[in-house]
Design a protein around this ligand. Structure first.
Ligand code: MF3
Ligand code: CO
Ligand code: CO
Length: 292
């Protein structure tokens, strides 16, 4: 369990930019996430947007940690019972689906920004909508637990508590992570745990909070493509992700953009208000000129 190194003011500035750019890819793609579109098309659109409009690079394309084959796409698309790292493909979205799109970009200055959202296609079941909502609340409760002098276990605890009290389960095998000039840095941010345990938070630390919550059992399996993680019982799974900075006053969410969803009411009121005004102050994501 090693400690993350707090970022300098200069690095923090660059991380604000990188994380906003990642969020803007999600703003851009949202209107295309409709019944009938393939996840491969969403991947191509995001890739073009990163390259042509943002001048960013996908951090996931050809990403190959030890023991993995290179990841073949510019975004991750995890559908229904897929937990994370789903590979975009030629299957079309249909009404009732729930889809996570996870975007990690490398900014022109060389910093990583990482964020993901759930998209609900048409009228999904009450269960599917409740799972997406509770997972969103889990992420924000985790964010609201971030403060200097607090500990990582505080974050995991509130997430686990909220998921399980709603009858859902927390995936154990994947976690949030420090991020900066590298994709995955110290610390590991578990989405379960005990308050007042784990690494002590210090202002300047930057990491992701990205709970994966299942409607059924917590167990997962990996598909033979070497990447896609699914629930073992094929129950629905949802995930949301923000990159956050520990500040003197508590927390700042870095992966905000003009069209990102607002914090839910149950997260801290100060945090919700500060975040809502930060979102309102952002210019809309640039639109992409389609190729002629
Ligand atoms: N963006 C994911 C995360 O939140 C990691 C995706 S790695 C990939 O950590 F190779 F699957 F793209
Ligand atoms: Co991440
Ligand atoms: Co991510």
């Amino acid at each position: 369990m090693s400690k993350p190194i707090p970022k300098t003011q200069e690095e923090i500035k660059e991380m604000r930019t990188a994380c906003r750019l990642a969020a803007e890819v999600l703003d851009y793609i949202e209107p295309f996430v409709q019944a009938g579109v393939t996840t491969a098309k969403l991947d191509r659109l995001c890739h073009e947007y990163m390259e042509k409009t943002q001048h960013t690079i996908s951090a996931t394309l050809n990403y190959a940690p030890p023991g993995y084959s290179p990841y073949p796409a510019s975004i991750c698309t995890s559908l229904n019972h897929q937990v994370c790292h789903g590979i975009p493909g030629e299957k079309s979205l249909k009404k009732g689906d729930i889809l996570n799109i996870d975007v990690t970009i490398i900014s022109p200055a060389g910093f990583y920004g990482d964020t993901s959202r759930m998209f609900i296609i048409g009228d999904a079941s009450i269960l599917a909508r409740r799972l997406c909502q509770v997972t969103y609340e889990c992420m924000w409760l985790g964010i609201a637990a971030v403060r200097p002098g607090g500990r990582l276990g505080d974050i995991g605890h509130v997430i686990q508590q909220h998921a399980e009290s709603n009858g859902f389960t927390v995936v154990r095998e994947f976690c949030g992570h420090g991020i900066g000039r590298k994709f995955h840095e110290e610390p590991q941010v578990l989405h379960y745990g005990q308050p007042n345990t784990g690494v002590e938070l210090q202002s300047g630390m930057i990491f992701t909070i990205e709970p994966m919550i299942n409607a059924g059992k917590a167990a997962i399996s990996e598909l033979s493509d070497g990447w896609t993680i699914v629930t073992r019982d094929r129950s629905l799974s949802a995930q949301w992700e923000h990159t956050v900075l520990v500040t003197e006053g508590g927390v700042e969410v870095l992966s905000l953009s003009a069209a990102c969803p607002l914090p839910p009411k149950l997260a801290s009121r100060t945090l919700a208000t500060a975040t809502a005004s930060a979102i309102a102050a952002l210019p809309p994501a640039p639109t992409h000129e389609p190729p002629r």
